[in-house]
Design a protein around this ligand. Structure first.
Ligand SMILES: CC(C)(COP(=O)(O)OP(=O)(O)OC[C@H]1O[C@@H](n2cnc3c(N)ncnc32)[C@H](O)[C@@H]1OP(=O)(O)O)[C@@H](O)C(=O)NCCC(=O)NCCS
Length: 203
């Protein structure tokens, strides 16, 4: 069973393979504004170096902190990786609050599943597991958006139980209630490290 966990250096090799798959489908260009796309663009081949990758993992984990450096207009963000038996499968980003742009277009949540692992329900499972993390941030509901033409993402959002609100331009906007379900020990985030700065660990 895959786990949704804070970024870790131990998946270095499969992470690189996953990024190669994403690049092969055209991700990581200057026009790719997704979180993964931006990272692919700025780190590129450099994160094959274990030290660079450790720094990247550290920066992602630190991104949840209010005082972490980030581009203008960006808000704190908890990044989680979907990992099974040491293999990186995908990524989910939970933005801690909405700016006017995020309310209109981007939403709280972004996600990617590596091309080689798609069609197995991983994105749906990640989205369904986000509630405990959202509750820790005081979010009773999260906004999830997708391009109208992104059939797979739309299906994922609808399977997760999110409720459609409206369409703004080419974006479909849905709200996912995150108050449902008891916050049992099992349902709680495995660690609060995703919400706090963490030290990089070398492989
Ligand atoms: C969108 C994405 C995350 C889905 O990941 P995934 O793990 O394959 O998703 P799931 O397996 O949970 O569900 C995908 C659903 O879409 C359906 N689907 C996929 N491609 C489809 C298509 N072209 N037409 C119709 N349905 C499609 C699948 O059949 C499945 O639905 P089902 O369970 O009813 O059969 C993945 O395709 C991806 O990373 N895309 C690029 C990044 C992206 O678009 N992110 C979202 C931004 S809003």
């Amino acid at each position: 069973m895959p786990e949704l966990i804070p970024p870790v250096v131990r998946v270095h090799r499969s992470f690189l393979a996953a990024m190669g798959e994403l690049r092969a489908e055209g991700r990581g260009t200057a026009e790719d504004a997704s979180m993964t796309g931006r990272d692919l663009y700025s780190y590129g081949g450099r994160w094959a170096d274990p030290e660079v990758f450790a720094g990247y993992v550290h920066a992602l984990r630190r991104g949840a902190a209010e005082d972490a450096p980030r581009p203008s207009g960006f808000v704190p963000c908890t990044t989680l990786w979907y990992v099974e038996k040491g293999e990186f499968l995908g990524r989910l980003d939970l933005r801690h609050r909405l700016t006017p742009f995020l309310l209109d277009q981007g939403g709280h949540i972004g996600y990617d599943v590596r091309p080689g692992a798609r069609g197995h329900g991983h994105a749906t499972a990640m989205l369904r597991r986000i509630a405990p993390y959202a509750r820790v941030l005081g979010l009773a509901r999260t906004l999830v958006t997708c391009e109208e033409t992104n059939v797979a993402s739309r299906r994922v959002i609808e399977k997760s139980g999110a409720v459609y609100e409206d369409r703004r331009g080419s974006k479909l906007r849905y709200w996912l209630t995150t108050t449902d379900g008891p916050t049992t020990r099992a349902a709680r985030p495995r660690t609060d490290a995703a919400l706090a700065p963490a030290r990089p660990r070398l492989p």
